[in-house]
Design a protein around this ligand. Structure first.
Ligand code: PGA
Length: 256
């Protein structure tokens, strides 16, 4: 197996942007630009936009996802959303463990594991985010840290369930900063995550899993990043809110 057989996935992460009306407009603007995409195209939106985005995406090749879900099936968790609630509205994709959740909302490796478990149990596909801070990179612990985040998150996940997991390598120092990892740095850590999957499961599982890079990926740098042998796609923040930029990134995959 090699890169050509893996599913290339470009996913937008809208973060806390767009009202439902604006979501409809954005999806409608993106749809014609990406209709011939040679990869899977996803847009992960705030909860309140899911319905509108999904309506706007009907009949297009854009799949709509959420940005998080809770680990419990239901209960006293004010402000949270259960994976089953997403599934019930036809949402099949969810981002778990984004660094902004880890950084600002107390998300830990253990809660990332629990949320991943719940999402998989509900039948969702998980975009699992891992990545190091600048301080951790400078301490030389990127490999250990990213391997550990991956292992804890996937504890108890079967090889079959792994088919519904995409891993996004997102170095924190590159997110929303305009500072991109070099193509070599991105590839190095994506390859390390692949090796971790091989160690946890087997060779085929590692070769088959889609691993994205995320962190200031844009129209100008996408082609070089996506040409790397272990980078199978991108998780796109800022540029996913700009139809032409998002489409250009998708175009870079198609050509790659
Ligand atoms: P960015 O965000 O592309 O704006 O850096 C990526 C992400 O946080 O997923």
């Amino acid at each position: 197996m090699n890169k050509a057989v893996r599913k290339a996935v470009i996913a937008g992460n809208w973060k806390m942007n767009k009202t439902p009306e604006e979501a409809k407009e954005l999806i409608s603007a993106i749809a014609p630009l990406v209709k011939d995409a040679g990869c899977d195209v996803m847009a992960c939106t705030p909860y309140v936009d899911l319905w509108a985005a999904q309506e706007a995406a009907k009949g297009t090749n854009i799949q709509i996802g959420a940005e998080n879900c809770h680990w419990a099936k239901s209960g006293a968790f004010t402000g949270e959303i259960a994976a089953d609630m997403l599934a019930a509205m036809g949402i099949n994709i969810v981002i778990i463990g984004h660094s902004e959740r880890r950084q600002y909302f107390g998300e830990t490796d253990v809660t990332v594991h629990d949320r991943t478990r719940a999402a998989l149990d509900a039948g969702l596909t998980v975009i699992l985010c891992v990545g190091e801070t600048l301080e951790q990179r400078e301490q030389g612990i990127t490999s250990e840290l990213v391997a550990m985040q991956t292992k804890i998150a996937l504890g108890g996940v079967s090889k079959e369930e792994l088919g519904r997991v995409i891993i996004a390598y997102e170095p924190l120092w590159a997110i929303g900063t305009g500072k991109t990892a070099t193509a070599q740095q991105a590839n190095e850590v994506c390859a390390l995550i692949r090796d971790t999957i091989k160690e946890l499961y087997d060779e085929a599982a590692g070769e088959g899993i889609t691993i994205q890079y995320g962190g200031s990926m844009n129209a100008a740098n996408a082609a070089e990043l996506l040409a790397q042998p272990d980078v199978d796609g991108g998780l796109i923040g800022g540029a996913s809110l700009k139809p032409a930029d998002f489409a250009a990134i998708i175009e870079a995959v198609t050509k790659g």
